[in-house]
Ligand binder design. Structure first.
Ligand SMILES: [Zn+2]
Length: 347
């Protein structure tokens, strides 16, 4: 997540592996809600802590040198992401070998080391392919300083590997004949730490019209437990869901019914949040343009934007549970009978 300057007192910080899954088809057009839920669960369960851990130890390794926008380490990161999608058999938007949306250096207002790129992967909807749900996470971090690499395991390696797992789950569902009815666009954005540049570039140059973009689900920092939740760690902050669409907010609530006793925390959704979290990650560039957006976040911690944000500090089972919640939310949005509506004014 993007760092902004605020006083410390306000901060209050304590500082392919595809296994074919066979599904019985009901043989009926009117699949019951329960069956849909059970189907979602089958694919949610392909999201595993082991896979997330394996991926994150690579993505947040020193090899990627803190993934600074435009720097060689960031280039390695995008090549690695592309390789993962190819391995999983998940295509680019146009089916070609090109998974990148290039962004010229000049766009970053002097803050990048060179040209950069967003990474896009696409799962085409089976019934309403023109309607798209965009899942985003930022691929960049802050590089290295004074010989220390900022690995950004939580920020935002956690969101990055969550998208890989969610994409794989949808791909497996599609392979088994229960693919998403609407399309899923996986969007790894660059330049977030420099000022939400990659998501802004996408919102200004959308690959699918924003009018056909049902919602944006943004995942930024979901691997840790913040000081407020040390005793009750099965939680996630849900931010922004209700600002443009009561349907999006309801989808998150509905999705959470799949997780037993998991806590949705709306603290940072407070319009008067002094830390202005709502404005500090990539979903905001969608919301600004009227696309319903929700931001999933597990909070700030002592290693936020420090070289100590490393993969050994991630709670993998917990991150897996959160990723399942996000998958279920996306599942609701792509498979619901009616597309969610924009019925609120954004405030
Ligand atoms: Zn950050």
């Amino acid at each position: 997540m993007r760092k902004i300057f605020i006083t410390v007192s306000v901060l209050a910080l304590t500082a392919c592996c595809a296994q074919k899954t066979v599904i019985k088809k009901t043989g009926s057009e009117t699949t019951s809600n329960n069956t849909i839920k059970n189907t979602a669960e089958i694919y949610a369960n392909t999201i595993t802590a082991d896979e997330m851990k394996t991926d994150l130890y690579i993505y947040a390794s020193d090899e990627f040198e803190g993934r600074d926008t435009g720097a060689p380490g960031q280039k390695k990161a995008v090549e690695w992401l592309k390789k993962q999608y190819k391995k999983m058999g998940i295509s680019s938007v146009d089916g070609s070998d090109n998974y990148f949306q290039p962004i010229p250096e000049a766009y970053f207002e002097g803050k990048a080391y060179g040209d950069s790129e967003n990474v896009l992967a696409y799962i085409k909807g089976t019934e309403k392919p023109d309607e798209v749900v965009v899942l985003s996470a930022h691929l960049d971090h802050v590089g290295y300083h004074d010989g220390q690499i900022y690995n950004g395991a939580d920020d935002d390696g956690s969101g990055t590997v969550a998208l890989l797992e969610i994409a794989e789950a949808f791909k497996k569902a599609k392979y088994a004949g229960v693919g998403p009815k609407r399309s899923v666009l996986i969007l790894h954005v660059t330049g977030e730490e420099k000022g939400l540049f990659g998501s802004r570039f996408y919102a200004e140059n959308p690959v699918f019209p924003l009018a056909n973009t049902v919602a944006n689900i943004n995942v930024d920092m979901i691997g840790r437990v913040d000081p407020q939740h040390e005793d009750k760690k099965r939680y996630i902050y849900v931010i922004g869901a209700d600002r443009l669409s009561t349907g999006l907010d309801a989808a998150v609530t509905e999705a959470n019914k799949n997780l037993d006793g998991f806590n949705l925390d709306y603290k940072y959704n407070d319009r008067n949040d002094p830390q202005r979290i709502y404005y500090r990650s990539d979903h905001y560039n969608f919301a600004k343009k009227g696309v319903p957006a929700v931001f999933f976040f597990s909070g700030l911690h002592e290693d936020y934007h420090q070289p100590t944000d490393t993969p050994d500090k991630i709670d993998y089972p917990l991150m897996t549970e959160r990723t399942k919640l996000i998958f279920y939310t996306a599942w609701e949005l792509v498979n619901s009978k009616e597309r969610i509506k924009v019925d609120r004014d954004g405030n």
